[in-house]
Design a protein around this ligand. Structure first.
Ligand code: ADP
Ligand code: MG
Ligand code: ZN
Length: 598
């Protein structure tokens, strides 16, 4: 049985072998067990149900939370020569009937639907004539109110399964599951004698970083600029922040688009497509963006703010590097982010118990931002896996940065905070240290303080950054109010007395980017052209990784091209010749160039 699955993997997907976890999950399904698969984002969950679906008689229903993104999955299947279709609310009655009729004739192996559908009687009756062999529930954590994306309509799934004439096999997948969530998935989906497989949560191609006390806007625009040929997502907490950051990037000449719940449906769709189709390199978004986004070549995810909990963070950050290539996940931490998240919790209408749970999760997230331990290890342990070794690659593992003694600066700041009687925010403190003639400074008579102007060699922004750093490192605290007030902590007193020194880690410049490969760029252009003609996102044609292999191995014929990961029979039929020709022409041109130099 597994051998047949391996043949399918090779011939349709062009992959030589299953990954860890995939083999176990697929074997379990082929043996007829309900199966839960918990795998990190990008771990390859889709293949776990798609491949068995192809070996089974009848159709597999895939329940997926976001209608707009099903099309993406279906397109990717079509490109590989697999027949699949999605049913969504935009279909007319006759289209719906046609698709259901085709399904009843066995035309499709996979049918993608949103959970809301299951509650429609009309849909249920249309489905009565269709032999359903398996139900795959994607993003299964949505069934749990303990999770972070609770969808009440997921609760209808088990009732729906019971209503079918014969019970199909049921399988469920998610990337983020704490023990409570796993229990909910098992019970609320009504699984029977299920097998549960949890593969490691570690993603060894992700380079995690936490940066404290950064000037965020400056950091983001410089980062984007120095990664100019790469796609990335910037997550911010609020719509307002998304709007202003995106505007600012566009003004700076960066092709950035945006996504949040305040935009119209059409705007969201247009912007999302621009990003998926590589027309806009950068997506600035709230957490409304991304569930089910399968764009495989996202090279970085920057969190402009700290998210509300580790589940949300790892899921969002995990959208980087789904193709397995090295990708960066950077969290820009500012103590104010905690206030923002507390505000969201307070505004929420949950029970007090629930709020307390959210606070607890928030504090764990906060600890992640301040820990000096391996970040990957920290995350993986949070999800209950204690076997992960230090990654050696995250910002804590690699922080051999130079330590700079900033005790004197810290003393100046602490002393100024004290003289201002610990009643003001960082902006005013910085103005006093800078020696500003701002109205408020003069009005309070702060220009008479001995600390007035003692840091006039710095910019106000630099002083504010230093204040943030001292807060993040625990020397000072801020109040939990709308306009947070900076106050001294115990350690600040030690510093003022000269008993403790303050060090700042000055991180060395980021490693230079890899050199640009001309053929790689060339093949990427070809891919974009084909994608444009077919109305598909480029990564559906071939993943970046496949293009990279094509450009380094330069296959000369069908046999050698099929050796490359991500090239299956169907894809070769469609695109093989175009790529072989492009590689051939490139090599010929190069020969000419070389001979003209000789
Ligand atoms: P997720 O678990 O997040 O749903 P996907 O199913 O979207 O992940 O898969 C992520 C990426 O990994 C896809 O580009 C997919 O083609 C690739 N992939 C999955 N399984 C394998 C495999 N056995 N070998 C190589 N690539 C794989
Ligand atoms: Mg998925
Ligand atoms: Zn590490």
């Amino acid at each position: 049985m597994l051998q047949r699955a391996e043949e399918i993997l090779q011939s349709y997907y062009g992959y030589p072998s299953f990954r860890d976890g995939q083999k176990e999950i697929i074997s379990s399904l082929l043996a007829g067990h309900d199966t839960v698969g918990i795998m990190p984002t990008g771990g390859g969950k889709s293949i776990c149900y798609q491949v068995p679906a192809l070996t089974m008689e009848g159709i597999t229903l895939v329940i997926s939370p976001l209608i707009s993104l099903m099309k993406d999955q279906v397109d990717a299947l079509h490109a590989m020569g697999i027949s699949a279709i999605e049913i969504n609310s935009s279909l007319s009655v006759s289209e719906l009937q046609e698709r259901m009729y085709n399904a009843s004739t066995g035309l499709y192996k996979l049918l993608y639907i949103a959970p809301e559908r299951l509650e429609s009687e009309r849909f249920q009756s249309l489905l009565r004539d269709i032999p359903v062999s398996m139900i795959a529930v994607d993003e299964a954590h949505c069934v749990s109110s303990w999770g972070h994306d609770f969808r009440p309509s997921y609760l209808a799934i088990s009732r729906f399964i019971e209503s079918l004439p014969s019970r199909p096999l049921v399988t469920a997948f998610t990337a983020t599951a704490t023990p409570e969530v796993i229990t909910d998935i098992r019970t609320l989906l009504g699984l029977v004698n299920e097998q549960v497989y949890i593969t490691g949560f570690e993603r060894d191609n992700l380079r995690l970083q936490v940066r404290r006390g950064e000037n965020k806007n400056k950091f983001v625009s410089e980062y984007i600029r120095s990664h100019s040929d790469q796609a990335g997502i910037i997550y911010a907490s609020t719509r307002k922040e998304v709007d202003s950051l995106q505007e600012q990037l566009v003004e700076a000449g960066i092709e950035a688009t945006k996504y949040h719940a305040g935009l119209s449906e059409i705007e969201r769709k247009t912007n999302q497509d621009a990003f998926l189709f590589d027309d806009a390199r950068v997506m600035v978004a709230t957490n409304a963006f991304g569930m089910g986004i399968d764009k495989s070549n996202v090279r970085y995810v920057i969190h402009y703010n700290m998210p509300k909990n580790m589940e949300a963070y790892y899921q969002e950050a995990g959208r980087a590097g789904r193709d397995g290539d090295v990708s960066e996940c950077i969290l820009l931490f500012h103590p104010q982010d905690i206030q923002t998240q507390k505000f969201f919790i307070e505004q929420g209408e949950q029970s007090q118990d629930r709020k307390e749970l959210e606070y607890k999760k928030l504090y764990t997230m906060n600890d992640y931002c301040r820990t000096s331990r391996c970040l990957m290890q920290y995350i993986v342990e949070y999800f209950g896996d204690t076997t992960c070794k230090e990654c050696g690659e995250c910002s804590n593992c690699t922080n051999h940065a130079e330590l700079v003694d900033i005790t004197v600066e810290a003393q100046k700041i602490f002393s100024c905070v004290k003289r201002m009687r610990e009643r003001f925010g960082s902006a005013l403190i910085a103005q006093v240290l800078k020696g500003s003639k701002n109205k408020k400074v003069l009005q309070f008579g702060f220009d008479k303080l001995p600390t007035y102007g003692i840091m006039d060699q710095c910019t106000e922004r630099e002083i504010v950054d230093l204040i943030q750093l001292l807060i993040a490192e625990g020397y000072m605290n801020i109040t939990e109010s709308q306009y947070p007030i900076v106050m001294l902590g115990e350690r600040a007193a030690n510093v003022l007395r000269g008993e403790e020194k303050v060090w700042q880690k000055v991180t060395l410049k980021a490693a230079p980017q890899e050199v640009n490969d001309e053929l790689f760029d060339h093949l990427k252009m070809l891919r974009k052209r084909i994608a444009g003609q077919e109305g598909l996102p480029p990564y559906v044609i071939f993943h970046d990784k496949t293009i990279k292999e094509l450009s380094s191995l330069c296959p000369k014929d069908k046999a050698s091209m099929l050796q490359i990961k991500g090239v299956g029979e169907a894809k070769f039929e469609k695109y093989g010749e175009a790529f072989l020709t492009a590689i051939h022409e490139y090599e010929e041109r190069n020969k000419e160039r070389e001979s003209s130099y000789n």
